[in-house]
Design a protein around this ligand. Structure first.
Ligand SMILES: Cc1cc2nc3c(=O)[nH]c(=O)nc-3n(C[C@H](O)[C@H](O)[C@H](O)COP(=O)(O)OP(=O)(O)OC[C@H]3O[C@@H](n4cnc5c(N)ncnc54)[C@H](O)[C@@H]3O)c2cc1C
Length: 526
């Protein structure tokens, strides 16, 4: 094995291949769980290095687990065998081309959404889906490999809609180009030319190959932005208001939280961070006066503005000028107000002022967290929520005894999808992953808890029941990883096709084995 590590190091230098205990432990953990400890962590810095590393590993029967920013919680990149390397793709972080004329951008897959957004903003451009809340760490390759929602999602849907083409390294090290860039003298400006093979590699959890480059659509960045917030006493009215906002097509983001989630996310009062937030809000105004007004409103509303309100809905709308923005705002108020009460727009204002803040990977109070989700049609939201609440009620005593709390957040994805997200918070020890990935000043202010294996097992049990209920109600999932029942009772003809594709691109089954639940290879092959 030492020979393999030495050869890996020859490809990209000694520092790019880690084998120390701490690194192996860190790279075998995600936000939620721990996988097998790999042989090494390799960090390619070019597509050629990546292709050589993958080819060398698989030639020796060593499995490859691609990892971007690493801040997912569905075992997506966790090794399922110790005979493995983890590929840390954050070394592939360059922005390769920005074409303002042809409206596309090509980046290496390890570039973060925050880095891309910072480069596009001065040009008055952005991508139609432009990042998750975790975009300071989440990579574009990671997000597109598992499907991500947030900024722009109410208008255009999940991250996949923004992609035009990929360069993907397959398990033998060969490189596939999708989209219009796949022919000589053709730029990657267009996705649809014959069968959509770009789509094949979206949300594949890295089971089909490692994305090395991504080309994304560009759009003009609107100049005027406003957030609106509303309070609701019951979930039915909350969902109806969200659906109305989504159907109107006037909102970039529509999201909601229940009182418990808001309480868990609020954190301890922190003057330094609050002032920095106010400053960001001020800077995000379209003029100095507007900025000051926003800061003053936010300061008055303070941290406790929504304390105890059962559900708050937050909507962000954009336009190219103030007149059109005011029109959108008036229309959204008309659609949402009938069942809700407008409140201070603190949440959307802060979110848009600082879309990619430094984030903890636990709750700000130090509790461990696990978010699970389903995307369902709006017509199913109420029933799914009442059944989920019934599960929580059935386990209420156990949850209390084991210090587990459940909160909810919701968002719209495109015109017809309700993203329904129960979030578990529980008292439990922090792993190396949580200590390293939480900003030190936040970590210093957090409570530390002792290991709570009973609480952890309970979270998994309740989670599994909720996911079964989601399945029974026609849910689909982003971020399938190795955790959601993607293949359960799926059309056999489709499963056969998928397995054949997997077999073609990864005949030995060494590309992120376990991801999507795809079949392991025939042991008699190669
Ligand atoms: C605090 C917090 C906030 C979050 N906010 C959001 C949010 O707003 N919206 C949302 O949808 N999600 C959110 N998430 C979940 C997660 O951060 C995002 O989905 C994010 O896009 C994951 O990107 P990543 O680069 O960290 O991917 P990783 O976690 O590194 O990987 C995800 C999957 O993609 C695969 N992969 C990674 N890179 C590649 C590649 N180049 N080629 C092939 N496969 C690859 C991995 O094997 C894995 O299966 C949040 C998570 C946290 C902890």
């Amino acid at each position: 094995m030492n020979e393999f590590i030495t050869k890996l190091r020859r490809i990209s230098g000694t520092d790019s291949v880690l084998t120390d205990e701490d690194s192996l432990a860190f790279f075998s953990q995600d936000v939620y769980r721990t996988g097998c400890r790999p042989l090494a962590v390799a960090r390619p810095c070019s597509i050629s290095e990546l292709s050589q590393m993958v080819a060398m590993a698989t030639a020796q029967g060593i499995a490859v687990f691609p990892r971007g920013g690493g801040i997912s919680y569905t075992d997506g990149y966790l090794p399922t065998t110790t005979n493995a390397i983890v590929l840390d793709l954050r070394g592939l972080d360059r922005i390769l081309t920005i074409s303002a004329e042809d409206m596309y951008v090509t980046v290496e897959a390890g570039c973060t959404w925050a880095t891309l957004d910072a480069a596009l903003k001065p040009l008055g451009l952005r991508t139609p889906f432009w990042g998750p809340f975790s975009g300071g760490k989440a990579t574009i390759g990671g997000s597109l490999s598992q499907g991500t929602a947030t900024f722009g999602s109410a208008r255009v849907g999940p991250s996949d809609v923004a992609v035009i083409g990929f360069k993907v390294v397959l398990s033998d090290g060969s490189i596939v180009t999708t989209g219009s860039g796949a022919q000589p003298h053709h730029t990657p400006f267009f996705r649809h030319y014959g069968p959509d093979l770009t789509g094949l590699f979206t949300s594949d959890a890295g089971a089909l190959g490692v994305k090395a480059e991504v080309t994304l659509q560009l759009e003009k960045r609107p100049d005027a932005v406003q957030g609106l917030s509303f309070a609701f006493t019951d979930v039915t009215a909350c969902f109806e208001a969200m659906a109305e906002a989504a159907r109107s097509g006037l909102a970039g983001e529509v999201f909601a939280v229940d009182a418990e989630l808001l309480r868990q996310s609020a954190g301890n009062a922190d003057l330094k961070r609050d002032l920095s937030t106010l400053w960001q809000v001020g800077r995000s105004g379209s003029g100095m006066l507007d900025g000051l007004v926003r800061m003053a409103r936010l300061a008055i509303a303070g941290r406790n503005f929504a304390k105890g309100i059962p559900f708050t809905v937050h909507v962000v709308t954009e336009a190219n000028d103030i007149t059109r923005l005011n029109g959108n705002v008036a229309e959204l108020r008309r659609l949402i107000s009938p069942n809700g009460v407008e409140i201070a727009n603190t949440v959307p204002t802060v979110v848009r002022a600082q879309p990619f803040p430094a984030l903890a990977v636990t709750a700000p109070n130090g509790r461990r967290l696990l978010a699970i989700h389903a995307i369902v049609p709006f017509s199913v939201g109420n029933e799914l929520h009442s059944l989920t609440e019934r599960i929580v009620a059935r386990y209420a005593d156990d949850l209390r005894a084991n210090n587990v709390i459940v909160g909810y957040s919701f968002a719209t994805v495109g015109r017809s999808g309700l993203l329904y997200e129960p979030v578990f918070y529980w008292e439990d020890s922090h792993e190396l992953f949580h200590r390293r990935e939480t900003p030190p000043d936040m970590l210093a202010g957090m409570a530390q808890f002792t290991a709570n294996p009973k609480g952890r097992a309970l979270v998994q049990k309740v989670r599994d029941e909720m996911v079964d209920t989601m399945f029974m109600h026609g849910a689909v999932h982003l971020q399938i990883g190795k955790a959601y029942p993607y293949l359960r009772d799926r059309d056999p003809a489709l499963v056969a096709l998928l397995n054949a594709l997997k077999h073609h691109v990864d005949p030995k089954g060494l590309m992120n084995p376990g991801a999507l639940g795809l079949a392991t290879p025939n042991p008699h092959h190669g």
